[in-house]
Design a protein around this ligand. Structure first.
Ligand code: FAD
Length: 390
């Protein structure tokens, strides 16, 4: 029998191909070098000052629009994209959010629903990290219920004129292009909006106590005039944004386990070195019970992510299955981080250790890309056939 590996107790790595391991190693090494030494300071200051450099570097390692093909994208498998998300979020959920929004929301929308011209214009520069993208769906008064959005686009001759406000938009203030969803006479449509357009502004949202190493913004659209070809031609209705969200949520299923892994590792290290009552706290049964339960949920979650990844690679992943994964993995991840915090005692609240940062980040991850309750309702509807959303 192979020896027991505390880092991989279920032997999940046996499911990975050498190319998968290479992707994981590359992203892990990048995050260790470029994020981990600085992230606590960025977090404390509530800013991501080097976001443009990070985007270019992420482009160079192929992490932007990673599972898309053509137009300068890496064409990686869904499993490889998931492994990258896990490694990025093990560093910080804010960095994974940057990559998710760029690749799974903004680029994915253009790749899947855009015209050939839109793809050629934007995707290569976005894959290289030269242009940062954002994705505007949520509004101040419409979050879980985006169908009621008020942002609208009206025809004026062949132009479109876009007005409204979007809220809580990741990457907004640093974006060169925004994919904005708006009501039209034909239903909800997506628009590719260069952020230099007259009437567009993106003030940054401050005073966040979660995802502090991430740029979050309001988008203000004050009669932004766009040419006829700014609309994403291939989709009408909520199916558009929801299709993008399924892709991004899939990445979160993996990513959340990265934050959990980081906290679990910190807890094991602390429990085996910190002594109270004359012995390591990891020698007390209560601490071991916590560690055992954390390990069980961590590796069950990774196994679930892997299973969903294989289904996505086989073209068989349903949105309800992604809801299943996001619901379970984010909820369990936050639980693991909070338990790790207890093991670290007072040190658990310090930025010297990663656990409080991850735990507070996951409060956002629990809410964005569909709240816990929305995913419960998705599953509840799939299980009963009864729609309980309204
Ligand atoms: P609400 O929809 O008002 O919900 C409030 C509470 O009511 C929740 O618990 C919810 O589950 C519950 N609730 C609502 N309806 C029901 C119901 N029918 N039954 C039971 N409970 C219900 N959005 C974007 O478009 N782009 C982004 O890039 C983006 N980035 C974000 C980054 C951060 C840091 C954060 C915090 C959010 C981001 N969001 C983004 C917004 C996010 O997707 C929304 O916050 C989320 O969809 C929830 O919307 P809301 O905050 O308006 O909450």
């Amino acid at each position: 029998l192979p020896p027991f590996d505390p880092a991989d107790p279920l032997g999940i790595d046996d499911l990975l191909e050498p190319e998968d391991l290479a992707v994981r190693d590359t992203v892990r090494a990048w995050a260790a070098d470029r994020v981990l030494p600085h992230v606590a300071q960025w977090y404390e200051r509530g800013e991501l000052p080097v976001i443009r450099e990070l985007a270019r570097e992420l482009g160079r390692i192929g992490a932007l629009g990673m599972s898309l093909s053509g137009y300068g994208c890496a064409g990686a498998s869904a499993v490889q994209y998931g492994l990258a998300c896990l490694e990025l979020e093990a560093a910080d959920s804010g960095i994974r959010s940057l990559v998710s929004v760029q690749g799974s929301l903004a680029m994915y929308a253009i790749h899947r629903f855009g015209s050939e011209e839109q793809k050629r214009e934007w995707l290569p520069r976005m894959a290289a990290g030269e242009v940062i993208g954002c994705f505007g769906l949520t509004e101040p008064d419409h979050g879980s219920d985006p169908a009621s959005m008020r942002t609208h686009a009206k025809r004026d001759g062949s132009d479109w004129v876009l007005s409204g406000r979007k809220m809580w938009i990741t990457n907004g203030s640093v974006a060169g292009v925004a994919v904005v969803w708006a009501q039209t006479d034909e239903g909800i449509r997506g628009f590719v909006v260069p952020t230099a357009s007259s009437g567009f502004s993106a003030p940054e949202i401050k005073h966040k106590w979660s995802l502090r190493a991430s740029v979050t913004s309001e988008l203000v659209l004050d009669e932004v005039r766009l040419p006829a070809d700014a609309v994403l031609p291939e989709v009408t209705g909520l199916r558009g944004p929801l299709g993008c969200l399924t892709h991004a949520r899939y990445g979160i299923v993996w990513g959340a386990m990265g934050a959990a892994r980081s906290c679990f590792e910190a807890a094991v290290e602390y429990a085996t070195s910190r002594e109270q009552f004359g012995r390591p706290i990891g020698g007390f049964q209560l601490t071991q019970a916590k560690l055992a339960d954390m390990a069980v949920e961590l590796h069950k979650g990774i196994l679930l992510a892997h299973h969903l990844g294989r289904r996505m690679d086989a073209g068989r992943l349903r949105p309800e299955q992604v809801s299943f994964g996001k619901l379970n993995n984010v909820r369990e991840a936050i639980d693991i981080c909070r338990t790790a915090r207890t093991i670290l005692g007072a040190n658990g609240i310090s930025l010297e250790y990663p656990v409080m940062r991850h735990a507070t980040n996951l409060e956002s991850v629990l809410t964005y890309e569909g709240t816990v309750e929305m995913h419960q309702l998705v599953l509840g509807k799939a299980l009963t056939g009864i729609d309980a959303f309204r």
